[in-house]
Design a binder for this molecule. Structure first.
Ligand code: IPM
Ligand code: MN
Length: 355
């Protein structure tokens, strides 16, 4: 098969972790006789620095004509600490999601036996936990207009907007995943306060009737945040709006061991993007210490979701599992010796080559 991918490392640790995921992708292509073509492009703070635009047209064109996008991370302290900056790196990621029509971000949350000791929760609460969060990605408060600040700088506003069409398509997608899993769907909202959430609940109640085989429950987001800590294993598929999904999945990632482990697939209308859920971790940039596993696992999702190459994805997961069992991991999850980002990547590539 011909695989034509766009590689967007972004900022901070993006370059280092994507480099490892790319090596793993090359090793898999070689092993399974696929022809890989890839091209790198700029996004985020590095794109602002180079061309003044966090999602340059050239990058968008490359993404549009690729079969998949492998993405690193976005964000830089110089912008985080400057609330008055007119152009922000994150706008690049949001523009990419919007222009590619990536309305769903699939975040599978699983536990790794060798990571359970890292969780702040008791073993029995997390052992065997396995659920999927489907985050709406192109609507809600991230995109609602109007947005802004008053001239005097004393008032600021963000608007949360959802249309029926946006809610319907993501809830239907969530049902399709629930049917492939345990027939259980939790729709997370804040319908006791927010009008947009009441629209979610109303649309949910309408669509629910079409899926009698699926057990549907509705849960307020504050309760969901608590239940994740208290009884994680009750969840199978969660679907929620953009910002709630952002927050709940960071929570889920530390509960299951490390923010450095969770991959995601952003899917929708045009080319899908595969990205770790963590950020750009600027303090670690260039030090070769960041955990590349979330990005390597995102490459596994890329093989599975974008190319329907299941064996290829499975071999990446197997190699990641093996590296963890062997203790060849970075400092965030190491119990003994901590390995470098590049050493972990090389170990995984070797494992694949020797399979
Ligand atoms: C994520 C990130 C982004 C988001 C930021 C970098 C804009 O936190 O992908 O979860 O909030 O969506
Ligand atoms: Mn996030």
């Amino acid at each position: 098969m011909n695989l034509n991918i766009a590689v967007l490392p972004g900022d901070g640790i993006g370059e280092e972790i994507v480099a490892q995921a790319l090596e793993v992708t090359k090793a898999i292509c070689k092993k399974f006789n696929h022809e890989l073509t890839y091209k790198k492009a700029l996004v985020g703070a590095s794109a602002i620095d180079a061309v003044g635009n966090p999602y340059p047209e050239e990058t968008h064109e490359l993404c549009m004509k690729s079969d998949a996008v492998l993405f690193g991370a976005i964000g830089a302290p110089k912008y985080d600490n400057d609330p008055s900056a007119k152009v922000r790196p994150e706008q690049g990621l949001l523009a990419m999601r919007k222009k590619l029509g990536l309305y769903a971000n699939i975040r599978p949350v699983t536990t790794f036996a060798s990571l359970i000791h890292k969780s702040p929760l008791k073993d029995e609460l997390i052992n065997g936990a396995d659920f999927m969060c489907i985050r709406e990605l192109t609507g809600g408060i991230y995109f609602g207009r109007p947005q802004g600040r008053t001239e005097d700088g004393n008032t600021a506003y963000d608007t949360c907007v959802y249309t029926r069409e946006e809610v319907e398509r993501i809830i239907r997608l969530a049902y399709s995943y629930a049917k492939k899993r345990k027939n259980k769907l939790t729709i997370v909202d804040k319908a006791n306060v927010l009008a947009t959430s009441r629209l979610w609940r109303q649309v949910g109640q309408e669509i629910e009737k079409e899926f009698p085989e699926v057990e549907t429950e509705y849960m307020f987001v504050d309760n969901a945040a608590m239940q994740l800590v208290q009884w994680l294993k009750r969840f199978d598929v969660i679907v929620t709006e953009n910002m709630f999904g952002d927050i709940l999945t960071d929570e889920a990632s530390v509960i299951t061991g490390s923010l450095g482990m969770l991959p995601s697939a952003s899917i929708g209308i045009h080319t899908s993007v595969f990205e770790p859920i963590h950020g750009s971790y600027p303090q670690a940039a260039g030090k070769d210490i960041a955990n590349p596993l979330a990005t390597i696992l995102s490459a596994a999702l890329m093989f599975e979701y974008a190319f329907d190459l299941q064996k290829e994805g499975a071999l990446i997961r197997e190699a990641v599992d093996a590296s963890m069992k062997e203790g060849v991991v970075t400092e965030d999850i190491a119990t003994g010796k901590a390995y470098k980002t590049s050493e972990v990547g090389e170990w995984i590539v070797n494992y694949i080559n020797n399979k």
